[in-house]
Design a protein around this ligand. Structure first.
Ligand SMILES: *Cc1c(COP(=O)(O)O)cnc(C)c1O
Length: 401
């Protein structure tokens, strides 16, 4: 069944040159054009293509846009999360609490740091980490909470801030999908703690692959810069500029987590469009709310008052009777030319974690994994296409009843 579903909705991304009305609406589609191509071309012809001046400019521009003190670009959010955990003091043998329903990359980063992911349950309405369940999972070995802002919706930061403060834990934010989302009126990443963003094409802005760690701490940023690049005390570009007079030294074992200047140049163009992309996504989400308001089987996304999502995804929840037919519904939608995706299931059900956690069962995460469905949302998706999605969904719901 899984493979069949993958096959039918294989076109996750639209062909960026093709006509989307070609009988098919993709789930997501990056917005890239001549400006990005031109920016990449300029870097290629400049003679400096690895991490250098464009990367520094991209870091400064992103920090300024969201109101963060320091930004460190990386080759992916996974590596940004790894660095965020290391500079926060996570050590081998520590436990790090994270939501059970999240991207595998969240748990991978914890494992890369030598720590053990401990899964806590999510709120079945927001899909974000449930503070009470997170607190239940705290043990003598817990060092940190890795708080995920799931699919563009800010989690309950204030509650986790006080929980972490009260229990002496570090709080790190996984905002991979949530660039441009706000909590209590401020952008995620502006609250001072290490926060990570992704620039994979499924996220808000893209550089092909890429990530960014932002933090309010100059010390953390400096260590992350060194760890990102072999553990060296200075960057390749600074050494180049000093014409060989400056020599790097190594205080610890580092990685190669560098972004290239080609990617950074693309990221700068994308960042310039962030406001427009967010506005489009918000309008699309509001239109889906209207289109689906009268569909009894569908629960539209719940947004708590202090959260302003960036709508990186539009995830609906099917009410009990319809949820039983969720996978069949996906097949029906695919046959009508609409690529949707099942929501995120609990990570502890994956074979790797099952062997460590054979008995774990978290009801909120099970419910989310069973009953959720992503609808297409991306800059460029038209009102007519959204109406086709809603119509196909309604027909398919009748079809599976
Ligand atoms: C996509 C994603 C990541 C990983 O991002 P990469 O840039 O692909 O490494 C991590 N966490 C969450 C919640 C994500 O959605």
């Amino acid at each position: 069944m899984n493979e069949l579903l993958l096959d039918l909705s294989a076109a996750e991304f639209g062909d960026s040159t093709g006509d989307l009305f070609d009988g098919h609406i993709p789930l997501a589609r990056p917005w890239l054009g001549e400006e990005e191509a031109e920016a990449a071309r300029r870097v290629i012809l400049s003679g400096w293509v690895s991490q250098g001046p464009m990367t520094a400019e991209f870091e400064q521009a992103l920090a300024k846009t969201i109101g963060a003190a320091h930004a460190v670009a990386t080759n992916a959010a996974t590596s940004a999360l790894h660095l965020a955990l290391l500079v926060s003091g996570v050590r081998p043998g520590d436990e790090v609490i994270c939501p059970a329903t999240t991207c595998m990359a969240t748990a991978n980063a914890i494992c890369h740091a030598g720590a053990e992911p401990v899964f806590a349950d999510v709120d079945p309405d927001t899909f974000n980490l449930d503070p009470a369940s997170a607190e239940d999972q705290i043990s003598g070995r817990t060092r940190a909470i890795l708080l995920v802002h799931q699919i563009g919706l800010p989690a309950d930061l204030a509650t986790f801030e006080s929980l972490a403060g009260r229990r002496g834990l570090v709080l790190v934010e996984d905002a991979a999908t949530a660039l441009g989302a706000k909590y209590a009126g401020r952008f995620l990443g502006a609250h001072g703690r290490p926060t990570c963003f992704s620039f994979h094409p499924r996220k808000i802005i893209t550089t092909g692959e890429g990530g960014m760690l932002v933090t309010g701490s100059a010390e953390q940023a400096e260590r992350a810069r060194s760890l990102r690049s072999t553990g060296a005390s200075i960057s390749d570009f600074d050494r180049h500029n000093a014409k060989g007079v400056l020599q790097q030294i190594y205080h610890e074992v580092g990685f190669n987590y560098r972004l290239t200047d080609i990617q950074a140049a693309i990221g700068l163009v994308q960042l310039g469009r962030l406001g427009q992309m967010l506005a489009e996504r918000r309008a699309q989400a509001e239109h889906y709310h209207l289109l689906l308001a009268d569909v009894d089987e569908v629960q539209i996304p719940h947004v708590p008052p202090e959260a302003e999502p960036c709508w990186s995804s539009y995830c609906i929840k099917l009410r009990s009777a319809a949820a039983a037919h969720r996978d069949e519904l996906l097949v029906q939608l695919a046959s009508r030319g609409i690529s949707c995706r099942r929501g995120i299931g609990p990570l502890y059900a994956e074979p790797f974690f099952r062997s460590h956690e054979p008995d774990l069962y978290l009801p909120g995460s099970e419910e989310v994994g069973r009953s959720t469905l992503f609808l297409p949302i991306f800059p460029g998706l038209t009102v007519e296409q959204q109406e086709s999605v809603a119509a196909a969904l309604k027909e398919s719901l009748v079809g599976v009843r």
